[in-house]
Write a protein that binds this ligand. Structure first.
Ligand code: KIV
Length: 272
């Protein structure tokens, strides 16, 4: 019988494009550490995103802004070691690519060299055109991110649905076309009306991955801690929880504490 590692065929940007062409939906989930990334990869995820949501779910910050390039590299190294099949894409963090395209290229090169990631993700459209061009010119695949872009939360002032208004929807469409034209291999669309997600997905040839962008896009992404129910506080409408690990873990930890306190653990079989 063949094993998982003998059977794997690595997911590439080209394969994601082929999936879109044959209308096969693309599955994406975040991961930030070796153990979880290994489980997620073995389950057959197409793309694993080392998201800067690590700032929230791993480091306890209220926004994605504080996480640094060094920290993202550390998370990405752990994930990359575990993953055999999925395409591994890593967020460039806030401040590492926006203002200066040369710095953007240095950040992207560090990410690729030090982690072995397959691609990077950046937030924004026209405003970061030069950074995108420069990174792509070095042969580094880029995934874009439009709609609700958490690194700009201080500009938006709210996590509400984006691009409901015609002007913002029009800008998003233009940005999406620009990202495709520049050579991005895919785009994440976050928290926008489903009909706009549909339009972007139909007009573009590259895969569109939604989070709160409806069902017509080419794939879906969720934050692992949210979909596994490790976080209980965060319940946006777009989130479907597939487990309640918060309670499972808490119950197990409470059982362990009880067994330690009572002297039930370890028993004779568990001792040398
Ligand atoms: O950082 C992240 O987890 C993300 C997803 C929400 C798409 O960018």
């Amino acid at each position: 019988m063949s094993t998982y590692s003998e059977n794997i065929r690595k997911v590439t940007t080209q394969r994601l494009m082929e999936m879109k062409q044959r209308s096969e939906k693309i599955s994406v989930l975040t991961a930030y550490d070796y153990s979880m990334a290994s489980i997620i990869d073995k389950a057959g995820m197409d793309l694993i995103l080392v998201g800067d949501s690590a700032s929230n779910v791993m480091a306890g910050n209220t926004t994605t802004l504080p996480v640094t390039l060094d920290q993202m590299i550390w998370y990405a190294q752990a994930v990359r070691k575990a993953v055999k099949r999925a395409l591994v894409c890593v967020d460039l963090p806030f401040g590492s690519y926006q203002g200066n395209s040369k710095e953007a290229l240095c950040s992207a090169i560090r990410m690729m060299k030090e982690t072995g990631a397959d691609a990077i993700k950046v937030e924004g459209g026209k405003e970061i055109k030069e950074s995108i061009e420069r990174i792509l010119s070095a042969g580094i695949p880029i995934m874009g991110h439009l709609g609700l872009t958490p690194q700009s939360i201080n500009k938006f002032g709210t996590y509400a649905v984006r691009a409901r208004e015609e002007t913002e929807a029009q800008k998003l469409l233009e940005d999406a076309h620009l990202l495709e034209k520049l050579g991005c291999f895919g785009i994440v669309l976050e928290k926008i009306p489903a009909q706009l997600g549909k339009r972007v997905s139909e007009e573009l040839t590259i895969p569109i991955i939604g989070i709160g962008a409806g069902s017509y896009v080419d794939g879906q992404v969720l934050v692992m801690h949210d979909m596994l129910g490790i976080n209980k506080e965060f319940s946006p409408r777009f989130l479907r929880r597939y487990a309640n690990l918060h309670d499972v873990i808490k119950d197990a930890v409470e059982d362990y504490i009880r067994d330690v306190k009572s002297g039930d653990f370890p028993n004779e079989k568990e001792s040398y």
